[in-house]
Design a protein around this ligand. Sequence first.
Ligand code: SAM
Length: 208
Amino acid sequence: MNKSYWNKYYSKKLGIKEQTSFAIHVLNMISTGDAILELGCGNGRDSFFFADHGIQVYALDQSEIVINQIKGDNINPRFICKDLLSINENFAYEINHGYARFVLHALNKAEAEKAIAIMSMILPINGYFFSESRSIKSSLYGKGHALEQDIYETDHKRRFLRKNDLIHQLESYGFTIENVIESDGLAIYQDDDPVVIRISARKSSNIQ
Ligand SMILES: C[S@@+](CC[C@H](N)C(=O)[O-])C[C@H]1O[C@@H](n2cnc3c(N)ncnc32)[C@H](O)[C@@H]1O
């Protein structure tokens, strides 16, 4: 929803480099040698963290401004400038898991459903999809300019997620929910302590 916003943002600053608490949580659920696809990696702070811990990372973001700054000659993380919605069945890399932090809320409803469908298409059985995103219980919900349902624009647009909708959507694409938590205290940044939905979904069946 916000490509020009993110390009402008990353041309001014790259943002904090420290890994998120979500990445630390996820690292405990995967194994050294696994390969993970990160959607919407931003400045790559979680990608570098996973790579430093023996995970092969394929990390993509739509913003050429950020990817050009962090890419280098790295093969791990391997950064790719790409719209995640353009991933298709010819996706070139073999992965065990998918990861999206603060990304599903950066997509409108149809796009987020497509992202989940893509994950379901490219993940192997038993692969995890990990996601953390802002919930409708977040204090920013309702602030700014109301657009579509649950989408509000302040400095940029965010679509706040409903926990049960997300669970049902993942289940309908062949995922089994192993862990879900909707809480504040998980993604604190400066004076922002949003209620987020943190979810681990394991792919349990193929959808035709
Ligand atoms: C809120 S930032 C989160 C960055 C990073 N995951 C983190 O937690 O620090 C959202 C990121 O998703 C990227 N993004 C949004 N829509 C995208 C799309 N359709 N394809 C690829 N990246 C996208 C944006 O460019 C931005 O870098």
